[in-house]
Design a protein around this ligand. Structure first.
Ligand SMILES: [Zn+2]
Length: 602
């Protein structure tokens, strides 16, 4: 106790004012060398739902070491404060405990006793089933490096590091990290280190060569994707990956890993992209649905678009703050456009399938308040609650579609949006930097043979005007039919997991029934809410029922199950339906075929 006070005295005197200065205000750690991480996950850890993370490094003296955990995982654009899941933090040198304290929520200050090797260690609570977090089961662990790997403050991220995983002898490991020995891995810098999540434990794992490189598919729990379902996964990957490689003209990874979890507690599905892997978390109802090839195509396209070709606002990643960019609609929405293109170009869907996916995106956007792409991009960090939180996906995808058509029209189908993506990839990523808004629009304009996109930007990207479908679609031999439909609507919105009510529209049928934000939806009108298609099934089941029909809604609130009763109400919707125009000009038909096939030809 006394010794601890004495050790603390010197720095207290030396740093009277800046003692509590936040790390981001410029605090710098003593330099560290020979940085090694060790992750321990055994059956005993699994029972506690904890993983142990250790970091060992060498210091040159007694200067304070400042170590931080990231506040977020790139790709998951929200502040998560991973440090809150840390417990039992300790630091030692030559078998002796070192004095430490915190200087902000996610930064620890350690006092070495002199030259030599220091080890810090902590437990991390592994109970968050989230692509960006860490999740343990009795035989399995998903972990993200942003959760477990501390970095020295103010020393940059260029340091090399190794990772050793201690686990049960019979358990497997899957990760995008380069293996350097038995359960040992290496990364040449911190950005790469935390961009390569791990599966540890019992899961199914196989691999295949696609586009000249190895692709691995790891799925948990073991047995969740077998037989025909597994064949279908590989069939989808063999179709979408080559179509995406063709856009950029190169495979950017040496091997690619798909890490997939299916669990009852999760509704819907989500993926999180990395440079040579992605993590999918799905409700079991998603397995075997057409949503999966689309999800794989989206996440894998990110290996180029956002992991490498990235807005300059996100280059380099900063782990201690939000990094908003008005260009996220390019990183996410245009990735979603290319997921659809990869499916049609790879032959997973036909032209009509592509038109249906596109029409569905138009419906999604039409149902939401008019929101500018740039505003939605910037706002994602605050999770807007008016339904527009993720509008930059479908709306950005549609913007990509319109730009593709206009570029092809302007260049007489000699160039396309593919050329824009490839040009920027080479100009920005290959030169070690991000791209700017000016660079994006000048590249688009150049590809379109000099056509100006200033008006398009002001009205449809920075502005909120409805997209000019009737002017642009005919340039590609397409047009919109508009179907009027009377559809049942309850008036509650779900969060991204699909299972929790995020909003209840005032005055709606759901509001009158007593549905509340935060309720977990179990079933609606007899359809289980973990079925990803329950809304469609609900609409078709009740489409012809009389107004006022009782609809049972089963929710879990504060741990207790309740059945609420809503009265069926209808809204009249105009549903857009994209169709090919049989009377299109020869040029428009060439553009249409070029988009569907991934070709440019005069
Ligand atoms: Zn994405």
């Amino acid at each position: 106790m006394n010794e601890r006070r004495i050790v603390l005295l010197a720095p207290l005197l030396a740093a009277v004012t800046p003692l509590r200065v936040p790390a981001q205000a410029g605090a710098t750690s003593a330099p560290l060398t020979d940085i090694r991480y060790e992750v321990t996950f055994t059956r005993a850890n699994a029972e506690r739902r904890q993983v142990t993370s250790a970091m060992t490094f060498t210091v040159g003296g007694t200067d304070a070491v400042l170590l931080s955990l990231p506040k977020w995982t790139p790709g998951a654009y929200e502040i998560s404060n991973f440090a809150r899941d840390v417990s039992n933090f300790s630091a030692e040198q030559s078998g002796t405990s070192l004095v430490w304290d915190k200087i902000d929520g996610e930064t620890w200050r350690i006092r070495p006793r002199g030259v030599g090797e220091v080890t810090v260690r902590f437990d991390y609570l592994a109970d968050s089933l989230d692509n960006a977090n860490t999740w343990a089961r009795p035989d399995f662990l998903l972990f993200n490096g942003t959760n477990l790997f501390l970095y020295p403050e103010g020393r940059g991220f260029a340091f090399a590091a190794s990772v050793t995983v201690n686990t049960e002898a019979a358990w497997k490991i899957a990760t995008g990290m380069t293996s350097t020995g038995t359960r040992r891995y290496a990364a040449s810098n911190y950005h790469d280190l935390v961009d390569m999540p791990f599966f540890v434990g019992q899961f199914d794992l196989d691999s295949a060569q696609i586009s000249g490189t190895w692709v691995r598919f790891a799925s948990y729990p073991a047995g969740s994707v077998t037989g025909g379902a597994r064949v279908a996964v590989w069939e989808a990957l063999k179709r979408v990956i080559p179509a995406e490689v063709k856009v950029f003209g190169e495979v950017p990874w040496t091997a690619y890993s798909i890490l997939q979890i299916a669990d009852q507690s999760y509704g819907g599905g989500s993926g999180l992209e990395h440079q040579n892997s992605h993590v999918d978390v799905l409700g079991p109802g998603m397995l075997g649905t057409p949503i999966l090839p689309s999800l794989y195509a989206h996440e894998i396209f990110h290996a180029w678009n956002v992991k490498r070709l990235r807005p300059s606002d996100l280059w380099p990643y900063k782990y201690d703050q939000e990094q908003p960019t008005p260009l996220l609609w390019i990183s996410e929405g245009i990735t979603d456009y290319y997921a659809d293109l990869a499916e049609v170009r790879g032959g997973i869907v036909d032209a009509n399938g592509f038109y249906l996916m596109t029409s569905d995106k138009m419906s999604q956007v039409n149902a939401l308040p008019p929101t500018a792409l740039e505003d939605a991009s910037l706002s994602t960090w605050i999770h807007p609650r008016d339904g527009t939180e993720y509008i930059y996906y479908p709306k950005g995808s549609l913007a990509g579609f319109l730009l593709d058509i206009m570029i092809r029209d302007g260049s007489d189908n000699h160039t396309s949006l593919d050329d824009v993506m490839r040009t920027l990839y080479n100009a920005a990523y290959k030169n070690g930097r991000g791209f700017t808004s000016d660079e994006w629009w000048s590249t688009v304009s150049k590809a379109a043979n000099g056509k100006s996109f200033g008006d398009f930007f002001v009205r449809y990207v920075d502005g909120r005007e409805p997209f000019p479908y009737d002017q642009v679609l005919p340039l590609a031999g397409l047009r919109l039919a508009r179907d009027t439909a009377r559809v049942p609507q309850l008036g509650s919105l779900q969060d991204s997991s699909g299972l929790h009510v995020s909003e209840v529209i005032p005055g709606s049928s759901a509001a009158a029934a007593g549905v509340q934000p935060g309720d977990q939806l179990l079933s609606v009108g007899g359809f289980n809410a973990d079925d990803p298609n329950w809304t469609e099934k609900f609409r078709s089941r009740y489409a012809r029922s009389p107004e006022g029909t009782d609809i049972p809604i089963v929710v879990r609130r504060n741990g207790a199950q309740q059945t609420l009763t809503a009265r069926l109400r209808f809204v009249t919707r105009v549903e857009p339906r994209l169709i090919a125009d049989a009377r299109a000009s020869a040029k428009a038909r060439r553009i249409r075929e070029g988009i569907l096939r991934g070709t440019t030809q005069p």
